[in-house]
Write a protein of this length. Structure first.
Length: 139
């Protein structure tokens, strides 16, 4: 059974129904893995990174731990910046601001991390322009 090229498989499906779905997708040879933010990743990061490596899937994640676990690339909000910005909210609330009056903010600073070890294992060459923009390169 071949994987249709126009189907997106969510990693949540992988966790719920097992590896079968992604194995089918990976067997096409024209597949990559984009892991969208989900709390389920925290407890399964190594399992997901190992699956991607085993099936030679280029993978993009949102948390730095995934690149350290063997994922190819990470692009997501800089959590240290988010925590610093959260401290300003706490300060405003402690000074008497009504929390419901404070605006909801989105991340403004993002991290790009490239794992060159994984790129090499996948036979990929990461362009210098991307490496130059990376916040961290794992070698």
């Amino acid at each position: 059974m071949a994987a249709p090229s126009d189907v997106i498989y969510s990693i949540d499906s992988y966790i719920r129904i097992g590896e079968r779905v992604l194995k089918i997708a990976a067997s096409s040879g024209e597949c990559g893995l984009i892991a969208l933010p989900s709390p389920i990743f925290v407890v399964n990061e190594q399992r997901i990174a190992d699956f991607a490596a085993k099936h030679r899937l280029p993978s993009v994640f949102h948390l730095p731990e995934f690149a350290q676990a063997g994922g190819l690339m990470v692009y997501g909000p800089d959590r240290a910046d988010l925590f610093r910005r959260a401290a300003t909210y706490v300060d405003k609330i402690l000074r008497g601001a009504n929390p419901s009056d404070l605006p909801v903010e989105q991340a403004t600073k993002f991290q790009l991390i490239i794992n060159l070890n994984t790129a090499k294992a996948l036979g990929l060459t990461v362009p210098q322009a991307i490496l130059a923009r990376a916040d961290e390169v794992i070698e």
